[in-house]
Write a new protein. Structure first.
Lengths: 335, 335, 335
């Protein structure tokens, strides 16, 4: 697929944007009828000559049959798999999914080596999945972390002309203090680029005091509810909590609305992420909270044949104080 | 496509050469009959194991219909699009197009982020194009430059058995002092590798004094005339001027001749680039000129099916004093 | 092709493994019936997000006809081409071919720029090949080395129900002291990562004294014999010597056995590499020897359609003292 158009906002000049995704999809079948396959993607962002160099992503290998489906690679954990995100439609620089209050429901995925093994099984309108992401010790984050184990279930039904979907996910494991950068950014009003430096000074000391070794067990829960009506209206609700052992929580609420009429899709989503942590530092009780909320707007017009006219607006794309908006307008092309 | 053969000359040992271009071409059509598509290319040079790693290039996205064609990406500006270059045929290490006196007629393209938006429209034997390359501020070259705007027109006709083509281009915008390296190399007799160092010392000081901020407005004009005869002979003439605001000019003259007989193509082109600048430096009047001229020779024999036997010779491939020749012999394969 | 599964052993935690090979095969035919083509491969290892970035490999260009076949690129030298390796089957992290006592019969290939030109010709059951790998001076290893010239021959026949294959290879040229790292590792009991450091200190001094300039002429010989029986049993024998000018030898013995029954393949190979060098150092006579032997085990079950269940075990994958075993279990998928 490819994109062309313009993008701009508070953090960048209004500028051209073109980008490329080369999707490689491989599939086969064993003599006994098992399906197997693999996916791999090369991404190139055309915003400068250099950025046309390819970056690999989304590699997965899978095998499926009557027993269900087993997938290994850069794929969703079970909770993410079960939950439906609030975003719909597309825009060339992803305003619908990249604002600060938005959550993709990873619930801890990708904290180790981003190599997830997921087993899923469907029966009728129900689906369940189990996932494991292992810390293989290949990253230099000190001694090994516990694996991240995920469990997810979903259910689809129809009720007097309304399609209903429910997703429920749970993940547990260990993560590192480095993943707390958003709250540090918020608490100390730091630019994303300054956080790494800050982390080695006071902020880091503070975090070390607050969270000890930097290794944190966590439990995460998530729920999604979606509804689609014959008249083209649809809505998705998301709720999730990531609860770290030492009194550190991230709570997320999100809602998305869509309206489809013929070739037109209008969408908005709104999300809130609340960070809450409390501990003792240099003899003082510390109780800090921060809250990010923002919304995204998407308008798509389907030209047919894989071409979509796409506009996007995000109200805030940086954890800095104040709102940093972003927009884009262009064409999204699938081949 | 792929190449195999040998290459050598004054600047490298005679050695094997093999290289690969993987072209990805995507296309589709909307419901209303608009055509759209994208191109992307992975290049790999086999001169060493490491160089087999892929480099992305030539990414473009386009949409076309009765309104004309709109292309965004690593593509020609309007002037380059309108003008026909003097080179013909192919050789495995590009001796026809890489000698110092040769110009690809970019007339300023690629000075910003190499992301050009071009609109083109054809009516009968005429074609016109308009292009914009924007400085998106993503490169660290100080404050923003004016965009480069291009305008081009071309015309094809036949006159008593001779096919005639005319191309006319104009581009205007701002460029930086860094693009003047060829003249610095010439003026100070520096190796291309030494120029960056030199630029931070005396040469740079000199340039700063000469050109002020290093930001230079320019106007560029170009003209190409081509003629093809039934007996296999053809010729192309090129003339262009890039005129920077503060008394700095680059003038280019080029000529190319070709002769095709059956599977055989013989080609030679010759080009002259004249650099002329004058200004005040430390109270002295400075008037410097430099001139590069060189030629390229190409012999191709088409074996059919996409295979071409290709020989190339370039008289001078470095701005250093004296001529540094280069040659190659091999096969160019298209699939 | 793609792989999924688990791998582990003495040097790494038991962990997930997924990887991708995208093979590009291009071919064509000239008007006179010559075949030509090219191969190129992008490899991506999924063990972490970063490692999904593509790496280029295996690029070759070839042309073939009644005159034989000419191949240029990342391909086998003539000796490697002629000889059959002892390994059979597959495993996801290559336990059959990566243990320390195993040799892939390169006999010096890849010491320069890994760009080999090979000519091969077949007549009846016989095949011969000639290869050249040139030091193109693009690598910073001092002054130029002599090219590596290879000669290989093979012969296939059948004798009372037994398929027999013979391969014979000879290569001569110059290599650098840097390729002796395995013996340094063995002699000084160094980790592979520590060798580079060591080479710049005592070990290097020692080597310089021992081998002079670090440039060493060598002659290499290799022989392979293979036998396949109707009952599914097969065996391969390998023997090779790489003889450096100044009293430095590497001798390799290898044997592989296979048994195929229906979809099942069982394989084991065993190899011994003996390093022997003697010279004078600080007035003392030095006579050092080292010896690595190890084995690999492979079990494959062919599920059909390109899917193979693959298990592998290697007894020793590091030159360190003692044995460092490695294993893997997974699926190898071809599409």
């Amino acid at each position: 697929s490819a994109e062309m158009g313009i993008t701009g906002g508070d953090l960048k000049e209004t500028q051209f944007h073109n980008s490329y995704n080369l999707n490689f999809k491989m599939s086969g079948e064993t003599d006994t009828g098992l399906s197997f396959g693999a996916t791999y993607r090369l991404d190139a962002d055309g915003s400068s000559e250099e950025n046309q160099n390819p970056v690999g992503d989304n590699g997965t290998v899978f095998i499926s049959g009557a027993f269900g489906k087993l997938t290994l690679g850069d794929t969703d954990g079970a909770a993410d798999w079960a939950m439906q995100e609030t975003a719909m439609g597309t825009s060339i620089t992803d305003e619908g999914t990249t604002h600060v209050g938005y959550s993709g429901n990873s619930l801890g995925d990708g904290r180790h080596d981003d190599q997830v093994l997921r087993y899923e099984y469907a029966f009728g309108d129900f689906g369940v999945a189990l996932s494991v992401e292992h810390d293989d010790g290949n990253t230099d984050d000190g001694d090994d972390f516990d694996p991240i184990i995920g469990l997810g279930g979903k259910y689809k039904t129809e009720f007097s002309g309304v399609t209903l979907g429910f997703g429920l996910g749970y993940q547990t494991g260990e993560g590192s203090v480095n993943q707390l950068t958003p709250i540090i950014e918020g608490a100390f009003d730091l630019d994303r680029d300054e956080v790494e430096d800050a982390l080695s000074d006071t902020a880091n000391e503070f975090l070390q005091a607050t969270f000890g070794s930097g290794k944190q067990g966590f439990d995460a829960y998530g729920l999604s509810v979606s509804a689609g009506m014959d008249n083209g209206f649809s809505a998705v609700l998301n709720y999730s909590v990531v609860d770290f052992d030492d009194a550190y929580d991230i709570t997320y609420y999100g809602v998305g609305f869509g309206y489809e009429m013929g070739a037109l899709l209008l969408h908005m989503n709104y999300g809130v992420e609340e960070y809450d942590f409390g501990n003792e530092f240099l003899g003082f009780d510390v109780d800090m909270e921060d809250r990010f909320d923002s919304f995204g707007l998407i308008a798509n017009y389907d030209l047919g044949g894989g071409a979509i006219l796409a506009a996007g607006y995000a109200s805030d794309v940086s954890y800095r104080d104040g709102d940093q908006e972003q927009f884009s307008l262009g064409m999204s092309l699938s081949f």
